[in-house]
Design a protein around this ligand. Structure first.
Ligand code: HEM
Length: 507
């Protein structure tokens, strides 16, 4: 039986918990999506749970997404929610360690570098890196390089993490970073990454050795990038090197804030670290999930291969031409595979903000049965969940099923639940409404002013990696295995181990 204490009626309903400070941390940490769906059944679209001493109000559904992601920065603040974790990793002066206005300008600088011209150059580089990886990496080389088509096996998470950093450094990060991806870089990266875990959100200042290693690695990484910047300025790097001109360092060197001030070397270095960290886990998780699903689904795998043959076979039919950036848009199945994977496995399942002023909840979203509105008090956190939105049975037909063809079938019936299935609330999300807006149920890249700027790069990187793998390998899951469940204990949602995939070279 549940003990119900009297509460302030203007506060959103509070999730019942037994442990005072810990609250619902265990249920949230183990499976946030199941936890949120269960809470919604009991409390409605808006409810507050306790997370290690913090009050976190979850707002679900289109209006909930809109309230949080479309909120004004002086009311719901991303920097106040994240800076204690991101600043020690990225460094000072960038992203959440500066005003919101400065961040918006920094995002414009980065967008400038993510240009069509640069993407055109990246396609061949990523294809080349991926092919080299299959030919030389110890998990692939022996099987890949022999003419008899034996089956080999690789660990999806491990291999895709390596391939993601190789391809991102060759393109965005620049050829100097790519050529210095040695053990020292890997160690620094791992130490930085060790400070970018869920525990760092909850316990920002524990005297742990991993925090000391993180701080040391941040300083070294910052110096590493600043050295590259200095060498370019001194023209030690070969100016003839064509690839250098297309990377993000080249772009940032030319950017100025509105007041005319250029980025300092330190700011540039810290933005490069931020980009490295923001893109690495998100893209490597997504490519791991994609390969696991297509290994499990021969029909989609064959469809992807047929799409490549149709568009890129060489005239003699014996090989493939490099994909062009423009042609990515004409590959509906490849596009749908990426899109569908991000619907079911958005790497970032919870988006948080800190409430800076009492926040009234629109009564169209949730209201107490008496008159008046709920108010989320200043000091609370608010949470929107792209993972709930992407798998909400009120919106999607067979939401748990990974079915890329739903994006190709299109039309209002393809992804949207038919109206009869909607319990009470009538929401019709035809794909015309899959906008980037703050009310969209499809938000793997977030929405509003903090929306991801890396989406187009992610599509280039994922598209080229997946296409190159499908051109060269047949994939399958080991006998008796299915796609593994999601692991929510990592910073982004990864497949649980074991996550091996078997492969052989295509004929
Ligand atoms: C922000 C997802 C790849 C750079 C975000 C946010 C999400 C997201 C959900 C919003 C967070 C919030 O509102 O609190 C993803 C996914 C990716 C991906 C799913 C790949 C599949 C990348 C890449 C880059 C990048 C490759 C860099 C090249 C950023 C940055 C922000 C951001 C700088 C911060 C924006 C801000 O706070 O204003 N990303 N991301 N992301 N992303 Fe990505």
């Amino acid at each position: 039986r549940q003990l119900v204490l009297p509460r302030d009626k203007s506060l959103p309903p509070e999730v019942f918990h037994i442990l005072p400070i810990i609250g619902s941390a265990i249920q949230y940490g183990d499976d946030p999506i199941n936890f949120f769906f269960k809470c919604r059944e009991r409390y409605g679209d808006v409810f507050t749970f306790t997370l290690i001493g913090r009050k976190v109000t979850v707002a679900l559904g289109p209006k909930g997404n809109d309230m949080i992601l479309g909120g004004k920065p002086n009311v719901v603040s991303a920097e106040e929610a994240y800076t204690h974790v991101t600043t020690p990793v990225f460094g000072k002066g960038v992203v959440f360690d500066c005003s919101n206005d400065a961040l918006m300008q920094q995002k414009k600088f980065i967008k400038f570098g993510l240009s069509t011209e640069n993407f055109r150059a990246y396609m061949g580089m990523i294809e080349d890196e991926t092919y080299q990886f299959l030919s030389t990496d110890s998990a692939f080389a022996a099987t890949f390089n022999t003419p008899n088509r034996d089956w080999g096996s690789f660990n999806a998470v491990k291999s895709l993490a390596e391939l993601t950093i190789l391809t991102a450094s060759r393109t965005l990060q620049g050829s100097e970073v790519r050529s210095r991806l040695d053990k020292t870089f890997a160690q620094r990266y791992n130490d930085l990454d060790g400070g970018f875990k869920p525990i760092n959100f909850l316990f920002p200042s524990l005297p742990l050795p991993s925090y000391r290693r993180r701080d040391k690695a941040q300083q070294e990484m910052s110096k590493f990038y600043q050295d590259i910047i200095q060498r370019r300025r001194d023209r030690v790097t070969n100016p003839e090197d064509e690839e250098v001109g297309h990377d993000m360092l080249a772009t940032l060197a030319e950017q100025k804030y509105r007041d005319g001030r250029p980025l300092s070397d330190e700011e540039t270095a810290h933005m490069m670290i931020a980009l490295l960290m923001a893109g690495q886990h998100t893209s490597s998780a997504t490519s791991s999930w994609i390969l696991l699903h297509i290994a499990d689904n021969v029909e989609v795998q064959q469809g992807l291969y047929a799409e490549q043959v149709k568009h890129f076979s060489t005239p003699d039919g014996k090989g493939f031409q490099t994909m062009e950036y423009e042609s990515l848009k004409n590959l509906p199945l490849l596009d749908a595979v990426v899109r569908e994977t991000l619907r079911v496995h958005p790497p970032i399942h919870s988006i948080m903000r800190k409430v800076m002023q009492d926040l009234p909840v629109p009564s169209s979203l949730a209201a107490p049965s008496e008159s008046g509105a709920f108010v989320i008090p200043k000091g609370y956190f608010v949470l929107a969940s792209p993972a709930v939105a992407g798998t909400d049975p009120r919106v999607w037909e067979n939401p748990a099923e990974w079915d890329p063809y739903r994006w190709i079938r299109g039309g209002s019936g393809a992804g949207a639940a038919s109206k009869d299935e909607l319990s009470g609330e009538k929401v019709d999300y035809g794909f015309g409404m899959m906008s980037k807006g703050t009310e969209s149920p499809y938000q793997p890249f977030g929405a509003g002013r903090h929306r991801c700027i890396g989406e187009s790069f992610a599509y280039v990187q994922l598209g080229s990696i997946i296409a190159t793998i499908v051109r060269n390998l047949e994939l399958r899951l080991p006998a008796g295995k299915t796609v593994p469940p999601q692991n929510y204990h990592t910073m982004v949602v990864m497949p649980k181990s074991p996550c091996d995939i078997e492969f052989r070279r295509r004929e």
